[in-house]
Design a protein around this ligand. Structure first.
Ligand SMILES: *[C@@H]1O[C@H](CO)[C@@H](O)[C@H](O)[C@H]1NC(C)=O
Ligand SMILES: *[C@@H]1O[C@H](CO)[C@@H](O)[C@H](O)[C@H]1NC(C)=O
Ligand SMILES: *[C@@H]1O[C@H](CO)[C@@H](O)[C@H](O)[C@H]1NC(C)=O
Ligand SMILES: *[C@@H]1O[C@H](CO)[C@@H](O)[C@H](O)[C@H]1NC(C)=O
Ligand SMILES: *[C@@H]1O[C@H](CO)[C@@H](O)[C@H](O)[C@H]1NC(C)=O
Ligand SMILES: *[C@@H]1O[C@H](CO)[C@@H](O)[C@H](O)[C@H]1NC(C)=O
Ligand SMILES: *[C@@H]1O[C@H](CO)[C@@H](O)[C@H](O)[C@H]1NC(C)=O
Ligand SMILES: *[C@@H]1O[C@H](CO)[C@@H](O)[C@H](O)[C@H]1NC(C)=O
Length: 584
């Protein structure tokens, strides 16, 4: 402590032109954008997307196949001002000019129904969470599907040949981590169309029909609960049916489809007249008709982009789940061998580094679920940091590999930097400016934003004549910084303030407003940045230091803004200093 006190007296607040990156905690660094169309950055991104998709829709190369591939996409947001930020619909000329639409639509729009494939799994897990929360997620599945207990016993003697079902939890099934085989059947895909003869031609040995390990069910007859498959999502549905005593379809309809009014979403076969059913060939060739039976919860469903957007909004707004449950759902269950990817419940998580911001320390996590079945390909993408997502549905007889993620790449390249810019501009307009207090000491600070830095910057923070910017960073770092930096990040916590309570300093009656909590990170930007990263040491460990400095039990990194009924920021208060500074 002696050392710190001595250092504080030095007050060597020299600033350097070339500063190390700021390290924000994971999550949004600004409040979510609300008014998209008013942002010049978003408008420029949307103009680029319009031109890019126009060009793409004339591209018949093998990578795009626009002449035979139809699609619908929406960029949606949780903002009431702009719930749909961008939409695009393309109908393949081959389909539009064909008089063989298989009873489906001739042209695609936001209500056109496509098949989802594995995107169905999000509906399945959402149904579980809405019906039952996640309290049972660490319990063994054998508790709810007792048929599996016998197999669990076999694993005790022969763990090589049997799944240890007694160790498989409900959550591990939802998170794709159970270790159970992917599908049960001849050739390991849900929509198996490979028969024995084809398999033998591919080089597989002929199977002996008396082999006891051969599947008793699959494409036909469908597997059911007595002859169950190992597929995790089918088993999850059985478990929820046991817990709730109702068919899974009913559970999904009553907890998800009806509350969200998803009138173009179907658990079983959708009406053909709502769908796009491309040729060549019949609805069966497109696999429009094919039903997965008891494996429905893994991949059977049908929906439109309007409905998928509504689903995504409801997840990010927590309309059906408690916010704390949503926060747990939108977390990784495991890492993968790709450093920028993870696995969720059953999300695929992509960690996107916004390289234009703070030297690569600004990471945006995207929660994705894709699907493919027959002529159909799907994707739901969520960007919780911005309250924005993409719905992408495609249909075509020969879909290019990765067609769904290719469209997300096009959208994301334009939109992510623009969303960050829009959020920053909004934060600057709301919070930027000078704050000061004359009563009880001479105190002031300035709030700014910068394109290459995350969060709100605090500058020139003087508290009763003391350089608090320096003091705060010394106390947090434990040594004298030469380039102290303070950035503020939104916590998402707000309290509605009743009139009269908020304008404490002047004692004036105020309109109903809110008190908004921000958390600060105190950093010395003169610390060398580790490029390439060291094996164990980090230059981005700010999560450890939060609430590290307190005074009278209140954190020095805790700030509150008071905002009046018209959205105007009135003041900022530091919790430890118990000091309110009014916005100038
Ligand atoms: C869209 O922006 C990208 C760079 O982000 C650029 O390469 C491309 O040419 C632009 N396209 C159009 C049509 O403006
Ligand atoms: C689509 O375009 C490709 C490439 O030009 C062409 O080979 C193919 O015949 C076209 N298909 C249809 C159905 O128009
Ligand atoms: C499709 O239209 C063409 C040209 O109008 C016609 O010759 C053909 O019989 C039609 N086919 C069907 C299946 O209606
Ligand atoms: C199939 O398996 C049975 C029982 O193991 C055996 O008797 C029979 O010879 C096998 N058939 C072939 C063609 O291998
Ligand atoms: C499940 O499938 C098996 C084999 O296909 C059949 O024998 C059995 O009756 C079916 N059980 C139910 C409940 O449908
Ligand atoms: C439900 O959706 C349908 C069609 O999309 C629409 O006509 C109807 O107004 C919606 N109902 C509610 C309660 O939002
Ligand atoms: C401000 O500092 C002076 C001494 O420097 C002290 O007397 C006074 O109490 C302080 N005021 C507040 C509000 O901390
Ligand atoms: C408050 O601080 C400012 C800037 O440091 C200084 O110019 C001013 O004289 C101070 N006022 C009082 C009352 O101490």
């Amino acid at each position: 402590m002696f050392g710190i006190a001595a250092l504080l007296l030095l007050l060597l607040a020299t600033t350097f032109a070339t500063a190390a990156p700021n390290c924000p905690p994971l999550g949004p660094v600004f409040e979510k954008p609300r008014n998209f169309k008013s942002s010049a950055a978003i408008r420029a991104a949307l103009a680029n997307l319009t031109e890019t998709f126009q060009a793409r829709d004339a591209d018949n190369s093998a990578a795009v196949r626009a002449n035979i591939t139809s699609y619908s996409l929406e960029v949606f947001s949780i903002s009431d001002t702009d719930p749909v930020v961008f939409s695009w619909h393309h109908t393949a000329p081959a389909h539009a000019s064909s008089n063989v639409t298989n009873g489906g639509v001739k042209e695609t729009d936001a209500d056109t129904v496509y098949r989802l494939g594995s995107l169905t799994k999000i509906f399945t897990v959402y149904t579980w969470l809405a019906q039952d929360g996640d309290v049972r997620w660490n319990e063994p599945i054998t508790k709810y599907v007792p048929e599996l207990a016998k197999a669990a016993d076999k694993a005790k003697d022969d763990p090589v040949g049997n799944v240890a079902w007694g160790e498989v939890t409900v959550g591990s099934l939802a998170g794709q981590l159970s270790g159970a085989v992917r599908d049960y059947g001849l050739m390991g895909e849900l929509t198996q169309t490979v028969d024995q003869n084809t398999a033998v031609q591919l080089g597989f040995p002929a199977l002996n029909s008396s082999d006891p390990t051969l599947p008793k069910c699959g494409v036909w007859p469908h597997c059911n609960r007595t002859a169950y498959t190992n597929t995790g999502f089918q088993i999850l549905a059985y478990a929820l049916e046991s817990i709730k005593g109702k068919p899974f379809q009913t559970l999904m309809e009553e907890s998800i489809l009806h509350p969200l009014n998803l009138s173009h979403t179907f658990y079983n076969k959708a009406p053909s007249n709502l769908g796009i059913i491309p040729g060549p060939g019949t609805p069966s060739d497109a696999q429009w008709d094919y039903q997965l039976g008891d494996e429905n919860p893994a991949g059977n469903m049908y929906s439109s982009v309007r409905d998928i957007s509504a689903l995504g909004r409801s997840i990010m707004r927590s309309t059906l789940l408690a916010p704390v449950l949503t926060n747990r759902w939108l977390k990784p269950a495991a890492l993968t061998s790709e450093p920028n990817a993870g696995v969720g419940y059953p999300w695929g998580i992509r960690r996107i580094v916004l390289s234009s911001v703070t030297n690569g320390k600004r990471v945006v996590d995207a929660y994705n679920k894709a699907g493919r079945i027959g002529y159909y390909n799907s994707l739901l993408n969520l960007l919780p940091d911005y309250g924005v997502g993409f719905s992408v549905l495609l249909a075509g007889p020969n879909l290019p590999a990765n067609a769904n993620f290719n469209l997300a790449d096009v959208l994301g390249e334009q939109l992510l930097p623009a969303l960050e810019a829009a959020a920053r501009e909004q934060a600057q307009d709301t919070y930027g400016g000078s704050y000061y207090s004359n009563g009880g000491g001479n105190s002031s600070l300035k709030i700014t934003t910068q394109p290459d830095r995350p969060g709100l910057g605090i500058e020139n923070w003087v508290s009763n004549g003391t350089d608090m910017q320096y003091v705060a960073v010394v106390l947090a770092a434990g040594y004298a910084p030469v380039n102290p930096s303070i950035r503020l990040y939104p916590t998402g916590l707000e309290t509605t303030v009743i009139p009269g309570e908020m304008d404490r300093e002047n004692g004036r009656a105020a309109t109903k407003g809110k008190r908004v909590a921000y958390k600060a990170v105190f950093e010395d930007l003169n610390v060398p940045s580790r490029t390439p990263p060291s094996m164990f040491s980090t230059d981005c460990g700010s999560w450890v230091s939060l609430t590290g400095v307190t005074y009278g039990s209140m954190p020095l990194d805790q700030f509150f803004f008071e905002v009046d009924g018209s959205g105007r920021v009135v003041s900022i208060e530091n919790a430890a200093l118990r000091m309110v500074m009014r916005k100038g």
